[in-house]
Structure formats: C-alpha cells, structure tokens
Design a protein around this ligand. Structure first.
Ligand code: NAG
Ligand code: NAG
Ligand code: NAG
Ligand code: NAG
Ligand code: NAG
Length: 345
C-alpha cells in the first residue's frame, strides 16, 4: 500500500469504502482458509468411504463426530433431504423394532423421535398383512408383516426374532452395514450409535449391546437393544436361518436375547462389550432415571457383566440407549436431548 491518504480530505463515505476494500483484502485469504479447513476432513472421509475403508482413524472420526452432532440436528429439522448427504459418511444403519398392531401408538412416537435418524426403520409385526392397509396419514412409517398371528398370541418372541432376522437377511443384507434391534420401549441416540460403530468393522463378525451373563454364556439385553454387523447377519442367514435342519441349533426355551446368543454361539459369534474408554456403559437395560438413581432391578444386579454404578458414573457421555421408556418419557427425553441448548455466553 504505497499510496498516501490524507484523512482530512476524505468524506465519511470515502472512508467507509476504503475500510471495506481493506477488510476484504485482509480477510479474503482467511475466509478461504476457513473454507478449506471445513471441506478437507469431509472429502477425505468420502474418499475413505468409496474405498470401503471405514475404520479406526479415531481423531478424524472425532472431528467428524462433533461436526455431525451439530449439523445433523439442524439439517433434520431444516430440510429432510439433506440428511442423506451427511449420513453417507457414516455406516448405514437399519433399525428394526418388533411390535404389535395394538402398540402402533408406540411405533408412532418412535417414528417421531429417534426412528427418523436411522437410515431405515422397520416395525415388524407377527401376522399376515392386514386386510385393511394402515392409514398412511396416521401411521407414516414402514411396517413389515411376517409369520402369522400365532407368534403374537403365544408370545413366541424368540421365533419372531429369528423370522425377523430371516426377513432382513433376505431383503436388506447388502444395503446396510449394521442391523439394530430395539424394542418399542427403547430410546436410542442414533448419533452416538454411529459414533460407536464408526470404530467397528461391519465386515467382521460380532454384535454389540448391554452384556449380561447366564451360567454358560454372555448375551445382550434385548431391551437395551443390540446391533449385528452385516457379516454376522450374513453368516446367521447363510448358515442357520435358511437351513431348516440347522434351525434347531437355536433354542427357543428361554428369553429371545438368550436364545439368539445361543444360536450365534453355535457359529462362533459372540456379543462384545460396549463400555466406553472410561468403562462407562453406553447401552442401558433400564430408564435413565433408574440408572442415575441406582434403582436397579434384580435382573440387572444379578446378571450384568459389570457392576452398575449410579449417579454420573451410570452412563457414558456417549450413551446409546435406555429401555423401559413409555411414549411420554420418550418425548420428554427427546426434547431435552435435541431441543434444549446451552447458550454460549
Ligand atoms: C474389512 O474391511 C476392511 C476395510 O475395507 C479391510 O481392510 C479388511 O480386510 C476387511 N476384513 C475382512 C475380514 O474382510
Ligand atoms: C432441501 O434441499 C434440497 C437440496 O439441497 C432442495 O432441492 C429442496 O428444495 C429443499 N427442500 C426444502 C423443503 O427446503
Ligand atoms: C386417514 O386418516 C386421515 C386423518 O384422520 C383421514 O382424514 C383420512 O380420510 C383417512 N384415510 C383413509 C383412507 O381412511
Ligand atoms: C467354532 O470354533 C471351534 C473351535 O475353534 C471349531 O472347532 C468349529 O469348527 C467352529 N465352528 C464354526 C461353525 O465355525
Ligand atoms: C462428560 O461431560 C461432562 C460435561 O461436558 C464433562 O465434565 C465430563 O468430564 C465428561 N466425562 C467424561 C468421562 O469425559
């Protein structure tokens, strides 16, 4: 800047224009740098993604995670068609929820809260397709009908779970990396599930949840939800579910989650721990209140793999699920998590 300016000869307007020009000169490179730093991590992950590498670049995932936690929220409320743009940097998650026709109101609350955040959500009902289709205005979500009414009538939940997994294996095995089972009274923080799954390989065998133990083997609490890798469902489908003679490898005399663990153990697949790096639980078999206040059920006290803690140590900061949530409590938690913000002052 070699020209000389004598301030006395400048009108207010001239000064303003010169300020503007100077600020542009000074800030333009800075803006460009900010722009670069914003697009770089995203494009490198896209690159990873196209090469099918979605693994342990922890620091990168962490950066991305904090970005996504913020952007997901805004984009979801602002413009739904933007969701897929963001989630394509994440594992593809299919959420499936066994429910019944009598409990469609619960399905509706899940659809309105956390269900929308999965890449696909399917409610599974154990009966033949209803003669009269559901009113899509009232129930605007996917429902799959499998099996027949007997499954619901005699409470054959283990059979319903295996039939559901067979259905998902046949239709969706190639489309999704992870298959999350949750009950219709489970609340799942999908962003934290993604955060957890970004560090796992969906092409290796394994499944995750809140680990409980019986005498002979660990199993994931069905209520807290569990997530099967694509390869796990693939092997279960190929080696057991599609082979009627092999189906007897799976028992049906205990709870759904125990039986599934038994079944997967027959092909050497076992449930893995989901506690965070500070040994705090991420999947929870009870409500937040019960965990926080330490009101553990007898089942939790007897069968949890690890001693449960109350207070702030009850729950990882990246908690994934709570169970036993009535619709009202789900709406409440959802509002607290996604609407309430802490002002940056
Ligand atoms: C799983 O995928 C990763 C990344 O693409 C690859 O490095 C690894 O070899 C794969 N593992 C198996 C068992 O296919
Ligand atoms: C949402 O975004 C997409 C692509 O950016 C655009 O085509 C669409 O019109 C937007 N929809 C609304 C409701 O703003
Ligand atoms: C579906 O429900 C809406 C809202 O209650 C109602 O206006 C509409 O007529 C119903 N549609 C059918 C096909 O019953
Ligand atoms: C499971 O592991 C055992 C012991 O390593 C092995 O003998 C068996 O063949 C395996 N079964 C399957 C189905 O991979
Ligand atoms: C969890 O978050 C709180 C609030 O940000 C923080 O003070 C605490 O250190 C975090 N806990 C862990 C284990 O990171």
């Amino acid at each position: 800047m070699s020209f000389r300016l004598n301030p006395r000869f400048l009108t207010h307007n001239h000064r303003f224009i010169i300020y503007c020009l100077l600020s542009l000169l000074i800030f333009q490179p800075i803006l460009f740098l900010i722009y670069l730093s914003l697009i770089t991590p995203l494009s490198s992950v896209e690159h990873c993604r196209t090469n099918n590498v979605r693994i342990n670049t922890n620091s990168l995932s962490d950066q991305l995670h904090s970005q996504n936690l913020n952007t997901d929220q805004h984009h979801i409320s602002a413009n739904t068609s933007d969701i897929s743009n963001i989630l394509q940097f994440s594992p593809r998650i299919l959420c499936w929820i066994p429910t019944t026709h009598e409990r469609l109101d619960r399905a509706l609350v899940i659809h309105e809260t956390w269900g929308k955040r999965c890449d696909r959500t399917i409610f599974i009902i154990g009966r033949h397709r209803a003669a009269k289709p559901l009113n899509r205005t009232i129930y605007p979500f996917s429902v799959a009908y499998i099996g027949d009414e007997k499954i619901e009538k005699y409470n054959r939940l283990s059979e319903k779970v295996l039939l559901s997994l067979l259905y998902l294996y046949k239709r969706y095995i190639n489309e999704f990396d992870w298959f999350l089972k949750a009950d219709d009274d489970t609340y799942v923080i999908i962003e934290n599930l993604r955060h957890f799954l970004r560090r796992k390989l969906s092409n290796s065998t394994g499944y995750f949840g809140f680990v409980a133990k019986t005498r002979d083997r660990p199993y994931p609490s069905g209520g807290a939800g569990y997530v099967l890798s694509q390869t796990t469902l693939l092997k279960l489908g190929e080696q057991i579910l599609t082979k009627p003679d092999k189906r007897k490898l799976c028992r049906d005399n205990e709870a759904e989650d125990v039986n599934l663990a038994y079944c997967l153990a027959r092909i050497n697949i076992s449930v893995a721990n989901t506690r965070d790096q500070n040994q705090l639980e991420t999947f929870h078999p009870m409500t937040f209140e019960e965990h926080f206040l330490g009101k553990f059920s007898r089942w939790v006290e007897t069968y949890s793999q690890f001693d449960q803690k109350k207070g702030e140590k009850c729950c990882s900061n990246f908690t994934i699920s709570f169970h036993g949530m009535v619709p009202r409590a789900m709406k409440l938690l959802h509002f607290l998590l996604y609407n309430i913000q802490i002002a940056q002052i």
